[in-house]
Design a protein around this ligand. Structure first.
Ligand SMILES: [Zn+2]
Ligand SMILES: [Zn+2]
Length: 132
């Protein structure tokens, strides 16, 4: 089950909802293929979903741009087989550098995130519901 958070800046109007974690259709590669959008990742899923000895991680996370601080709520996908692995990646929609390989998950409640808009204030982060 995943958790939804609100990210709220007290200084400016930045206010976003993010959905982190896993839903019920994240549990195997076949169900992930039903909703996963990135074409590159879809090809990888199709290639490996019928193989044995495959491990994967798939969850929604929060990517923090190291350059401009933009916050991007997207799905992390990591497929591992005996002799191969695939990790998806995203570019920052704002400054176009590559986002860090791994997004944040539950730890967003512990670390402090700077507001990407005004860059002055730390965001107030509150969980407000479970989702699946
Ligand atoms: Zn950026
Ligand atoms: Zn702000």
């Amino acid at each position: 089950m995943g958790v939804a958070y609100t990210l709220d800046c007290k200084q400016c109007s930045y206010n976003h909802k993010v959905f982190l974690g896993i839903g019920f259709n994240y549990i195997n590669l076949k169900t992930i293929l039903e909703w996963y959008e990135q074409e590159e990742g879809r090809q990888q899923i199709k290639k490996y979903m019928n193989e044995e000895d495959i491990h994967f991680e798939c969850y929604d996370g929060l990517y923090v741009c190291e350059q401009c601080g933009y916050l991007l709520n997207r799905t992390f996908l990591h497929i591992i087989s005996k002799d191969y692995f695939y990790i998806n990646s995203y570019d920052c929609p704002l400054c176009h550098v590559q986002m860090p390989q791994k997004p944040l998950l539950d730890e967003i409640e512990e670390i402090s995130l700077k507001c990407p808009d005004c860059e002055e204030e730390k965001l107030e982060i509150q969980s407000y519901m479970d989702w699946d």
